[in-house]
Design a binder for this molecule. Structure first.
Ligand code: ZN
Length: 144
């Protein structure tokens, strides 16, 4: 493993051990479960929207370090973004996990870039964004 990879791994572990935005959001507009059966990861996202913006996101869950750290990073990244931009970010993250270069809008999510080299773990890293996409889709149907 390169030095850079081990630095990334430390940052991922830090998010796993001290996740951001963990807990139930009160009040929330959408609660969305997501599972990755191939690894046993599961998360529940709570999303509150205000005026087309992702006002707040929190999560509960359990699973591997990659899935839980990715969820922590995701909540930080999308909080305050217009829904459209949050969906765009999900797509950029997906492209990075397919081996693309991370764009500047990914910010700290670029820490997950090395996961692209571990095909069996890509679903772990993608879980929070797949779950967010479903949550935002439901928000769209329910509210707007
Ligand atoms: Zn996993």
């Amino acid at each position: 493993m390169s030095l850079l990879d081990s630095i990334y791994q430390e940052a991922i572990l830090a998010h796993y051990k001290s996740p951001k935005n963990r807990g139930v959001l009160d009040p929330f507009d959408v609660k969305q479960d997501g599972v990755n059966p191939s690894c046993g990861d599961q998360i529940t996202l709570y999303v509150r929207a205000e005026g087309g913006t992702v006002a707040a996101v929190t999560f509960e869950g359990e699973g591997c370090a990659i899935s839980q750290a990715a969820t922590s990073l995701m909540t930080e990244a999308v909080m305050g973004l217009p829904v459209e931009d949050a969906l765009q970010l999900a797509e950029e993250f997906r492209q990075m996990l397919r081996g693309g270069e991370p764009g500047p809008s990914l910010g700290e999510l670029a820490l997950m870039q090395s996961v692209a080299k571990l095909p069996a773990r890509v679903k772990c890293a993608m879980l929070p964004f797949v779950t967010l996409e479903r949550a935002l889709e439901r928000l769209d149907n329910d509210q707007v």
